[in-house]
Design a protein. Sequence first.
Length: 242
Amino acid sequence: MTGPTKGRAAKAGAADERQALKRRTLKEPTAKGQAGLEPVGDGPADESAAATEALFADEMSPRTRAVLAAAAALFVERGYAATSMRDIGERVGLLGGSLYHHVRSKEALFLRIHDTAIRAAEARIRAAVAAHTDPWDRLEAAAVTMLDIQLDPQSITLPLMNDLRAVPPALAERLIATRDGFERLFKDLVAALPLRDDLNPALYRLLLLTLLNHVGDWYRQGKSTPAEIGAEILRLFRHEAE
């Protein structure tokens, strides 16, 4: 084979090689243990990815862990509505029906990621509260820890919680049920406070949680720390019975 025919064959062979290499790069687990994601160093993005994947450490399948971590990152970056199953599959190198071997649907995927993040946050807050006996100190520990989670740039909790309006109504109901369980922790903490008789504990709790959930709207790193903000909020909310 000579001339133009040989040249075209050589080009076709090179193209096939590149495609094969691309498929292997997408499908083989990387040195960091995340299928379909190339190791790119030890920068903030790598730390964030590692922190996210750590949330799913109980998942036995490395591939499913990679799917969960990639989906969580995409939901945070783009929001629920703008993230498709195709996007998630492409991020981990699972195309077509292969992705559905690991997850049933986008709704089920978001629910699992959301609930895992909320449970992890609750466990962390409970651990902080357990170190104190005074009811005011316990509530302050809960508030500070919640702010630590909410204001951490690597945390996925706040972006997922803020996406409630974008999800289908049936899914929103299930997310709200999980959040109601989380809020029971604060309900118990507020119930234990020696509050003034003229204060409504339910309204007190809702106002406190609303404030804590929206600190991220104005917070800027480098000024007050989450601990300082949490302590100041509790100072403003401290209304003891005489």
